[in-house]
Design a protein around this ligand. Structure first.
Ligand SMILES: Nc1nc2c(ncn2[C@@H]2O[C@H](COP(=O)(O)OP(=O)(O)OP(=O)(O)O)[C@@H](O)[C@H]2O)c(=O)[nH]1
Length: 459
């Protein structure tokens, strides 16, 4: 039986492999780590390659160790068998103490490869014969192990030592020691291992390329979905959809993503519609709040805001602006004789006629009933406003037919300037109002500029 000494276990590749895997996997650290800029394909390829390399390295190491163990065992068995055969051949020579025969047997045996030394001892441990490999410097003269009844084999580093008893007709005559080198065997194993490592590296290089291509293809739908999500996020185009290539996890993810996009698209459409409706309602309220529904002119509320603005701006710019207070003449007669509807039509026609002679920046407002106000901001001079007042009176005075009937309306205007007549809105209104009543008293159908002694307006 062979008694093989235990060799060191091959160093586990788990440690370096663990390090490379740890580098590929996200680190669980308390510090917030920056997100990796590696693509999914790169990361997966790297992970797969790490696992593959680790597996191959482990397999290679195991195969190397087992191969080494197995060939060493076989060589030990072969050496033991050779030693037994040699001892049988030497037994008669030893029985007759024929040293020449021993030497001949040993030199015939020495053709065996890897043989380092053969030593033959008699029962008293005296050297009967010896053969040693050329160049072998030290030849040990060890004694045979006590109680040597059968072959004993021991491996010492890169050497194999076999002791066998030399027996003749059941009697032990001596012992034979055979030493063989395991270096040749070791070299062969290393050579095969190096070749296998080289082939493994070539296989890994091919695997890296193949993995990249395969993973790119396998992950293509996921990458497409990621691109789509990015485009949707940037462009806010929720009408886009992802393509479902297969009914796998990515296919189902794409379906759910598409459903989400559809829902957002519907929500967005609803929201837009709601916004439009609210804008329209807002505009209606704006119209109702600031405009007169009969003439479509700005109303009293708007006028009050606008006159404040005009006065402030005039004072700030040190400019000139004016307010005309316009009251229709004989309007009551229109209502009384031709009805309220005809009166409404007259109001609309008066608004149209006055608008026709105004600048874009002039704001004509209906204050209520048959009263109008005209705001004239940024005037170059007073004469222009006075001229305009004359034109307005003339425009309203033009014959006006409603339902075939001639309407007896005219317009009386009071004109006041800011800052000449007043430096605030209430004062300006008061002065224009006073001027208008002075014009009424003077005979209607005319205009009058505010003067100090206009007197108070009637209640
Ligand atoms: N058709 C119509 N009439 C209105 C409206 N609002 C007020 N009125 C009438 O307008 C008339 C205004 O009367 P006044 O200004 O006092 O009478 P007037 O005949 O113009 O008097 P003078 O200004 O002195 O010429 C009243 O009869 C009101 O009923 C309206 O929206 N439509």
């Amino acid at each position: 039986m062979s008694n093989l000494a235990t060799e060191h276990e091959p160093q586990s590749p788990a440690v370096p492999a663990k390090t490379s895997l740890a580098a590929a996997l996200p680190q669980a650290s308390s510090r917030p780590s920056r997100p990796s800029r590696q693509s999914l394909v790169q990361r997966l390829s790297w992970l797969n390659l790490s696992v593959l390399s680790l597996t191959l390295l482990l397999t290679l190491s195991l195969i190397a160790y087992l191969s080494w163990w197995r060939v060493r065992e076989r060589q030990a068995q072969a050496a033991e068998l050779s030693a037994v055969l040699l001892s049988n051949s030497l037994a008669p020579a030893l029985a007759f103490n024929d040293r020449d025969a021993v030497r001949n047997e040993l030199s015939a045996f020495s053709r065996r490869a890897d043989l380092l030394e053969v030593l033959v001892l008699d029962q008293g441990h005296s050297l009967i014969g010896q053969w040693k490999a050329p160049g072998l410097a030290i030849v040990s003269r060890a004694a045979a192990p006590p109680e040597l009844l059968q072959a004993q084999t021991e491996i010492k580093g890169a050497e194999l030592e076999v002791w066998v008893p030399v027996q003749f007709k059941g009697e032990t005559l001596g012992a034979l020691r055979l030493r063989e080198s395991l270096e040749g065997l070791q070299r062969d194993v290393w050579r095969i291992l190096a070749l296998a490592a080289l082939l493994t590296m070539v296989a890994l290089a091919i695997a890296a390329r193949v993995l990249r291509v395969v993973q790119k293809r396998a992950l293509a739908p996921l990458l497409e979905l990621s691109r789509l999500a990015e485009q949707v996020s940037l462009g806010h185009d929720y009408s886009r959809r992802g393509t479902v290539y297969r009914q796998d996890e990515v296919g189902r993810l794409t379906e759910r993503f598409n459903e989400m996009l559809k829902r957002i698209e519907v929500w967005q459409a609803d929201l837009n519609q709601q916004l439009k409706t609210e804008q329209a309602v807002g505009q209606q309220y704006q119209q109702l709040a600031h405009y007169d529904s009969l003439t479509q002119l700005a109303n009293r509320h708007f006028f009050q805001q606008e006159i404040q603005r005009m006065v402030s701006q005039t004072l700030r710019d040190k400019g000139l602006s004016a307010l005309m207070f316009i009251d229709l003449d004989n309007f009551k007669q229109v209502n009384d004789r031709h009805g309220h509807e005809a009166g409404d039509e007259v109001l609309r026609e008066v608004a149209r006629r006055m608008q026709a002679v105004l600048r874009l920046s002039d704001r004509l407002c209906r204050l209520g009933g048959d009263e109008f106000a005209l705001l004239l901001p940024n005037l170059p001079d007073e004469a222009g406003a006075e001229h305009l007042a004359g034109r307005l009176v003339a425009a309203v005075r033009e014959p006006m037919l409603v339902h075939g009937e001639l309407m007896p309306v005219g317009a009386t205007i009071g004109l006041a300037f800011c800052p000449l007549d007043a430096r605030d809105a209430a004062g300006l209104l008061n002065r224009a109002d006073g001027a208008m009543y002075a014009a009424k008293r003077a005979g209607k159908n005319t205009f009058r500029r505010a003067v100090q002694d206009d007197g108070p307006a009637p209640d």
